[in-house]
Design a protein around this ligand. Structure first.
Ligand code: PNS
Length: 162
């Protein structure tokens, strides 16, 4: 059983994330998409909202599930018998940060990291840009899956609790 994780903040998930999740699901028996909850309270979406959007956008992928984790990712991997972390690499700018994490995760618990090169369509797509474009009324329909677009619009339309 080749079980891997696709970890991230997913605040919110983009079409780039979905592309990596789909490709990981083709290559492995089971993919757990894991939402890191350590710093989530500073984000735009709650952890529950992120999980729910990810569940909706991966509903057609039978070997993909969505979970959350707190603490170290390698501990989550250990607890679930996960052998590798799958991440997308967009551009050279991702490389140093991802390399550091991959090497440290291997050193901590001998958990491997597998990198998939991003689809060039999504090379410059990141969650913070999506949030900014949506906040100022730009069109994000080609950047995020339908469930994320709907949640973003609802969030921006809702009165700000602050
Ligand atoms: O969406 P991101 O910012 O690339 O996600 C980063 C994430 C959540 C995968 C990473 O920060 C993480 O694994 N955090 C958990 C804490 C941890 O294990 N830190 C040590 C990494 S070497």
């Amino acid at each position: 059983m080749r079980r891997v994780v696709c970890p991230g903040s997913f605040d919110p998930a983009t079409n780039g994330h979905l592309d990596i999740i789909r490709r990981a699901a083709l290559l492995h028996d089971e993919v757990i998409v894991v939402v890191g909850a350590n710093l989530a309270k500073h984000g735009m979406f709650t952890v529950e909202e992120r999980v729910s959007m990810l569940q909706e956008m991966t509903a057609d992928l039978p070997n993909v599930s969505v979970e959350t984790f707190r603490g170290l990712l390698v501990e989550f991997c250990r607890s679930r018998g996960v052998s590798a972390i799958v991440k997308g690499l967009r551009a050279v700018s991702d490389f140093e940060y991802e390399m550091e994490m991959a090497q440290m995760n291997y050193r901590l618990a001998q958990v491997e990291t597998l990198f998939l090169t991003a689809n060039p369509l999504y090379s410059f797509l990141r969650s913070s840009l999506v949030r900014e474009i949506a906040t100022y009324g730009g069109d994000i329909s080609s950047l995020v899956p339908g469930p994320v677009e709907r949640c973003l619009r609802a969030k921006l339309a809702a009165p700000n609790p602050g």
